[in-house]
Design a protein around this ligand. Sequence first.
Ligand code: 13P
Length: 254
Amino acid sequence: MRKQIAAANWKMNLSLLQAEELVKALLETDLLLNEKQLAIFGVPFPYILPVKQLLNGKKNVFVTAQNCSANKNGAYTGETSAEMLESIGLKYVIIGHSERREYHHENNAELAQKVNIAMDHHLQPIFCCGESLPIREAGTQNSYVEIQLKESLFHLSADQIRNFIIAYEPIWAIGTGKTASSEQAQEMHAFIRSVMAAQYGQEIADTISILYGGSVKGANAVEIFGQPDVDGGLVGGASLVATEFAAIINSLKK
Ligand code: 13P
């Protein structure tokens, strides 16, 4: 079975003390991860090392950055490179979150560069895609998401796409409390897998973990993660509450 993943995206929240308390509280709950299940914490840059330290030695638990630069190094004030993330021992990086696309104008071509530079530095991208409400209402979400995948990922080789991680996050469900129904999630996840299968073959497409993001919480995780093409979640608000995120981790498919 492909990897089942509960990924937290803390976004720009918490003080260092609050972050440490959250992780400690989570470690006190029983996290039941088998060898195919991962928990990944997408934390703000200043907390990567302290959180990594707290999670040290925990099996199948990782810290990730929420972004990296499309450039290698140099005069890019305020940016953080993939090389830096590799140098502190990270294995994952979130790329192309809708908030980066919207507020920082990241487009599909730039995200392709970020994917490349991350992979050059042995970071597995958690590549985000997903449509806005007007696109969903117009019924054109499939072609919209297909273009996001094509323009940012299709230059990769089959070997690079094997075991890839994609997060489908409908923008209308992010932070709104309005979750996509499990049928809507399954429908889009199956579509994403079919797009990847058409390009890379079914065998490779079946290795890709496709996470759902948008108002996932303890109370709806079992139903959403239970869908055949949903391989876990990328979680914002509920990942800031230890008992909620623990429940989400424990809702991953066995
Ligand atoms: P919420 O879980 O707060 O809706 O956020 C989803 C998200 O954007 C995760 O990246």
